[in-house]
Ligand binder design. Structure first.
Ligand code: 13P
Length: 252
């Protein structure tokens, strides 16, 4: 049994006070919901205040990125040691990082290894662009992302993968649940080949890309899909709450 996860990636949105208000609004609705792990990933500068605002509840905290070095002359970067103790999860290799900030599999792999060393749980993002999708390269791209980014991790590593097709992010055009299920199944097979069946079967793999309160139930019915990485809809308390509650109700 893989416990489902709904994680909200707030991206570069919310000031510190807006972030605190958003989790304050969510808490009474989400704290009592069981059977699903709930995670919010606000911007770095809000992590401390949001951690405080979540105290004593059941919503967990994640960061959106991290550098792989522990400390030193890396102006503007945030290290694994700074995040450890502050949050439990860290999103790594998001397509926006790959696309706008030049992150390669090699860099992402260093980040994954550094996060694990600091006892942070990576949420590794993989997924093809529209051009790659149109060219029929989806399977090759996700295979490359998974093998490159997860090189040399311990087979006991605590991590999560999110399959996020770039063409579905922020477009309102989510993958169909069958499509998402199929690609997540392929991701699981790639992991099984690298680290064995039992690791792959226990690994939670999420779908991300235009997840809403209207499509989450359908997505969650699929056997391979273990939750969602939610962008836009995670910034709206009512939508995020509905997504979490619907996920908690799916039996499979
Ligand atoms: P949207 O839900 O806004 O499409 O964003 C998905 C995403 O990139 C989450 O990491």
């Amino acid at each position: 049994m893989r416990i489902p996860i709904i994680a909200g990636n707030w991206k570069m949105n919310t000031t510190v006070s807006e972030a605190v208000k958003l989790v304050g609004d969510m808490r009474p609705l989400l704290d009592p919901v069981n059977n699903v792990e709930k995670v919010v990933c606000p911007p770095f500068i809000s992590l401390t205040a949001v951690k405080e605002a979540l105290k004593g509840g059941s919503i967990k905290l994640g960061a959106q990125n991290m550098y792989f070095e522990e400390k030193g002359a890396f102006t503007g970067e945030v290290s694994p040691l700074m995040l450890a103790g502050l949050c439990e999860y860290v999103i790594l290799g998001h397509s926006e990082r790959r696309q706008y900030f030049g992150e390669t599999n090699e860099i992402i792999n260093k980040k994954v290894l550094a996060a694990l060393k600091a006892n942070l749980k990576p949420i590794l993002c993989v997924g093809e662009s529209l051009a790659q999708y149109d060219a029929g390269q989806t399977e090759a791209v996700v295979t490359d992302h998974v093998t490159g980014s997860l090189k040399d991790i311990p087979a006991s590593a605590s991590l999560i993968i999110a399959y996020e097709p770039v063409w579905a992010i922020g477009t309102g055009k989510a993958a169909t649940s069958e499509q998402a299920n199929k690609i997540i199944g392929i991701v699981r097979k790639v992991v099984a080949k690298m680290y064995g069946d039992s690791f792959a079967q226990s690994l939670r793999i999420l779908y991300g890309g235009s997840v809403t309160a209207d499509n989450i139930a359908e997505l969650m019915k699929q056997p391979e899909i273990d939750g969602g990485l939610v962008g836009g809809a995670s910034l709206k308390g009512d939508a995020f709450t509905s997504i979490v509650k619907q996920t908690a109700q799916v039996n499979k």
